[in-house]
Design a protein around this ligand. Structure first.
Ligand SMILES: Nc1ncnc2c1ncn2[C@@H]1O[C@H](COP(=O)(O)OP(=O)(O)OP(=O)(O)O)[C@@H](O)[C@H]1O
Length: 261
């Protein structure tokens, strides 16, 4: 057995428990099969992009991972080793989510929204307030804590949603099209904040998008089309799997003619 000091970072990363591990995950709306035996992993500290065109199945996959949909589906969802069906409490406790549709109450202030979220998760009010102000400061919204959500710009609202998702200190953060409708500087600000959390705090992130330009160089890419994983790996690995010179070409190739079956 290698001495811990001499063991490579890559070797220890391979042994770590995945933050998210999906295996053979399938789902149908009635007779309509929309996910076909999907499987992939996201490791702690990893920024993984679930990249797929509209209708690929990204939101459906998120609904299964967050247990919004019936847990009787085939396949397994593990969060830090806890299977969602067998140990939903342990699995969900590690999870933070920013959904595609905004879910802040527009008539409450920013801080009231966050405190309400904290109360739902059993945080004491003083602790929730302390954490809320910390998270709002990190997304540069501390000075807007008392403003109603209605008075915020689109970019500020998304940043407030990220702050709220982090209130419970998740180890795995899911973001579904988190930057839809934002201008470029706002999109970059949200993505930069989340990438920093991966690098500095070991947060695992699954970022779903249909925008190729949202894929950072260092990301792991899971390309989903027609409910199937079409390619997976680092950007160079995905390019090799697609036989394409760049990501737009790989996306076009892999999403235009998904594998039949
Ligand atoms: N409630 C539903 N009932 C029936 N079909 C649905 C339902 N929700 C989604 N679908 C279908 O399932 C497929 C996958 O949709 P899903 O929303 O998961 O994809 P997506 O990749 O998130 O797309 P988008 O980027 O447009 O949100 C699509 O064909 C969609 O029409």
């Amino acid at each position: 057995m290698p001495h811990p000091d001499t063991e490579s970072a890559a070797a220890s990363a391979r042994r770590a428990t995945p933050a998210l591990e999906l295996s053979q995950l399938s789902f149908a709306y009635g007779a309509r099969q929309v996910l076909h035996a999907v499987g992939f992993r996201v490791m702690p500290g990893e920024f993984a992009v679930l990249l797929g065109p509209n209708g690929a199945g990204k939101s459906t996959l998120f609904a299964l991972v967050t247990r919004l949909f019936d847990a009787r589906r085939p396949g397994s969802v593990r969060i830090f080793g806890a299977e969602m069906r067998e140990a939903p409490g342990a699995a969900l406790a590690r999870l933070g989510v920013v959904f595609q549709q905004p879910t802040l109450d527009p008539d409450l202030s920013v801080i009231e929204n966050l405190l309400y979220h904290g109360a739902l998760h059993g945080l004491l009010r003083a602790e929730a307030r302390r954490r809320a102000m910390h998270e709002l400061a990190r997304v540069e919204l501390a000075d807007r804590a008392g403003s109603t959500v209605r008075a915020l710009s689109g970019g500020q609202r998304r940043r407030a949603e990220v702050a709220r998702a982090l209130l419970t200190r998740p180890s795995l953060l899911l973001l579904d099209e988190a930057t839809t409708g934002l201008d470029l500087p706002s999109r970059m600000a949200v993505r930069r904040h989340v990438r920093e959390l991966c690098a500095t705090e070991g947060l695992a992130v699954l970022w779903a998008t249909h925008l190729i330009e949202e894929v950072p160089e260092e990301a792991r890419v899971i390309m989903l089309a027609a409910g199937r994983v079409q390619a997976e790996g680092s950007v160079p690995e995905v390019l090799a799997q697609a036989g394409a010179p760049d990501l737009p070409a790989a996306f076009a190739r892999l999403t235009a003619a998904p594998a039949a079956g």
